[in-house]
Design a protein around this ligand. Structure first.
Ligand SMILES: Cc1cc2nc3c(=O)[nH]c(=O)nc-3n(C[C@H](O)[C@H](O)[C@H](O)COP(=O)(O)OP(=O)(O)OC[C@H]3O[C@@H](n4cnc5c(N)ncnc54)[C@H](O)[C@@H]3O)c2cc1C
Ligand SMILES: NC(=O)c1ccc[n+]([C@@H]2O[C@H](COP(=O)([O-])OP(=O)(O)OC[C@H]3O[C@@H](n4cnc5c(N)ncnc54)[C@H](OP(=O)(O)O)[C@@H]3O)[C@@H](O)[C@H]2O)c1
Length: 376
């Protein structure tokens, strides 16, 4: 049993921060390795790592400037104990996407300029407010409405606690007993004339500390089949490949006999083929029995993992009928839905079923814990 948990994260030394995407990529996706030595932390493949980030010091400075503060002012930290404002903004509070209470306070205090916001706060206009707030941060309101004059204490009271972010673990302790690896896409985007940075992914890329606070988040619903003879089909485009790197390491180390089939997708084969060498080595070693790739931007029309699934429909159906487990990891909003629809279509076509029959078959896979998803 480890001393460390979500409430008491382990300060893990960062050993490796390596860019996986190459020149020509539109992404900055990185491979991280942390040491768990001395922590007693244990994880299973399929679990996630919680990372408690710190905010961007440059953004903290911009907020201090907009508030007219030095940062030395005393405010309650998120545990209620007094703290310097700069430190509280760095480590205790979420200082990017604004809270509803903050928007309400701005609307009330900004006089005529707040009228628009007051209208948007009408419960009937919830969707409009969400649309308006997409890509807006605290700093935009503080800079636009100098007159609101929040004191440090008032401002901090309107903030939410800074939350940890979860990342699928990309390693197996059978291969790396004292380490945990991650695959993270750095979130950076432009909105309202400013460059925005995802808190945890840019913290990892640029500012991860000697001791990055981490904890294990167990995912019992995303485990490998206990029986190593069972075949698995893994669908993991983008950073969704992370847990499958861990699965392959695990099955290699345990000498599991079950077959392993991976569908991987990204934008361009030349610069976005994450872990290409490792996957090809796994293939050569006979651990990865089949690797189907879908590079969406290597040709004029989009090719996604679900298109490769369709092409391999008869074989995929055969694997399922032989008892394979199917795993999906990555983007929840679009990919996981389309993959689910494709799975239903394969079951309908290859299994000669009605749409209802296909639904029933897939529901059964879920009940038998043979269709598992970890999507975000
Ligand atoms: C179980 C689980 C496993 C995960 N595994 C992984 C993984 O292996 N690898 C990985 O990279 N991620 C993974 N994630 C996602 C990860 O937890 C973070 O959500 C992600 O890294 C972004 O966090 P951040 O702190 O960098 O960004 P945040 O500071 O949280 O910013 C993200 C927010 O920025 C806003 N935003 C983003 N893009 C735009 C845009 N273009 N325009 C306007 N607003 C925008 C949105 O409000 C969005 O919610 C996983 C999530 C879960 C729940
Ligand atoms: N909610 C969103 O709108 C959105 C958008 C992008 C990323 N994200 C999030 O950003 C994070 C990192 O993303 P990532 O870099 O891992 O990879 P990703 O954005 O999921 O992209 C990986 C691959 O999936 C393709 N793809 C796009 N739509 C798809 C669909 N409907 N079905 C199947 N494949 C599809 C992409 O193609 P193309 O890029 O060529 O379309 C790309 O080739 C994840 O948290 C993801 O959820 C969210």
């Amino acid at each position: 049993m480890s001393l460390y948990s979500r409430k008491n994260p382990f300060p893990a030394p960062l050993l490796v921060n390596r860019k996986l995407t190459l020149e020509g990529s539109e992404k900055d996706t990185r491979h991280y390795e942390f040491s768990l030595e001395g922590s007693g932390l244990a994880y299973e493949v399929g679990d996630s790592l919680g990372v408690l980030p710190a905010n961007d010091p440059a953004l903290v400075q911009d907020i201090l400037d907009a508030l007219g503060c030095s940062g030395e002012e005393s405010v309650p930290g998120n545990d209620g104990a007094p703290k310097r404002l700069r430190e509280a903004l760095l480590r205790d509070y979420q200082i990017t996407q604004p809270s509803k209470q903050f928007i309400q306070a701005v609307a009330e205090r900004a006089g005529d300029a707040g009228l628009f916001l007051r209208e948007m706060l009408d419960p009937l206009r919830k969707a409009d407010l969400e649309k308006y707030l997409w890509g807006m941060e605290y700093i935009d309101f503080l800079q636009a409405h100098h007159s609101i004059g929040f004191t440090p204490g008032e401002f901090v009271k309107l903030l939410r606690k800074l939350q940890p972010r979860l990342y699928s673990i990309a390693s197996s302790q059978k291969a790396f007993p004292e380490q945990v690896h991650l695959t993270v896409a750095t979130v950076v985007y432009q909105s309202h004339g400013r460059q925005r940075k995802g808190v945890a992914s840019t913290y990892l890329a640029q500012r991860a500390e000697k001791g990055t606070p981490v904890f294990i988040h167990s995912a019992k619903g995303f485990r490998l089949p206990e029986d190593g003879d069972v075949s698995i089909i893994m669908i993991g485009p983008g950073t969704g490949v992370a847990p499958f790197r861990a699965y392959l390491q695990d099955r290699k180390a345990s000498g599991a006999k079950g077959r392993n089939w991976l569908f991987f997708g990204e934008q361009r084969s030349a610069c976005d083929f994450l872990y290409r060498d490792e996957l090809e080595a796994m293939r050569a070693a006979g651990v990865l029995n089949r690797l189907d790739t879908a590079f969406s931007r290597d040709q004029a029309h989009k090719i996604y993992v679900q298109h490769r699934m369709a092409e391999a429909g008869p074989e995929l159906w055969k694997w399922l009928e032989e008892g394979a487990h199917l795993f999906v990891c990555g983007d929840a909003e679009r990919m996981a839905k389309d993959v689910d629809a494709q799975l239903l279509e394969i079951v309908r076509k290859e299994g000669g079923k009605t749409p209802e029959g296909a639904n029933e078959y897939v529901e059964n896979l879920k009940k038998q814990k043979r269709y598992k998803r970890d999507v975000y």
